[in-house]
Design a protein around this ligand. Structure first.
Ligand SMILES: Cc1cc2nc3c(=O)[nH]c(=O)nc-3n(C[C@H](O)[C@H](O)[C@H](O)COP(=O)(O)O)c2cc1C
Length: 160
């Protein structure tokens, strides 16, 4: 079974999660597709998809959103899972609902919030200012949830 992990990432955390998922799936037959680098590819090649992105100022990346919109029918024909990278824990569910269309959330094998990171060394001046003001953090912090990352991969492995 060929799997594609399709994602977009601003500072590299979603990319890190995608790599971890590939490792957990067993690297064979699994392609990592970064929507910032690859715009055109053949979805028909894959029978299983993992699709994810991160939240910035309340929104998932436009590229992820439009990929989901353009390919809803094709995605629904496959085994698929969705994941979201974020830092605002109280808003997790609301952000997941906003990021992924209901029809996809309902049919997905797994929909997981996997936490996130604030990587201050990768942020520009304005991002640092904004993150400090809103979150109170002023240094790099990682709140990735290994159990959610593993949980999503296990859900896919267990699904028929
Ligand atoms: C400028 C900025 C705005 C952010 N806004 C939100 C937000 O609205 N809600 C949230 O849950 N997390 C927010 N985050 C946290 C990101 O989702 C988190 O840093 C994530 O790990 C980024 O992943 P990426 O590097 O793959 O893009 C924000 C982070 C930055 C730097």
């Amino acid at each position: 079974m060929k799997t594609a992990i399709i994602y977009a990432s601003k500072h590299g955390t979603t990319e890190k999660v995608a790599h971890k998922m590939k490792e957990l799936l067993g690297a064979d037959n699994c392609s990592l597709i970064n929507l910032k680098k690859t715009e055109v590819f053949d979805l028909n090649v894959y029978s299983q998809l993992i699709i994810g992105g991160s939240i910035h100022a309340g929104q998932i990346q436009r590229r992820v959103k439009s990929f989901l919109e353009r390919n809803t029918v094709a995605i629904l024909e496959k085994k698929f899972a969705l994941f979201l990278v974020y830092m605002n824990e109280p808003d997790r569910d609301k952000q997941i609902e906003k990021a992924f269309p209901e029809i996809l959330r309902k049919k997905a094998i797994s929909v997981r919030g996997v936490g996130g990171e604030f990587l201050f060394d990768k942020m520009n001046f304005f991002e640092r200012l904004m993150v400090k003001k809103i979150s109170g953090y002023s240094e790099t912090v990682s709140q990735l949830k290994t159990e959610e990352i593993e949980g999503l991969v296990n859900d896919l492995k267990l699904a028929k």
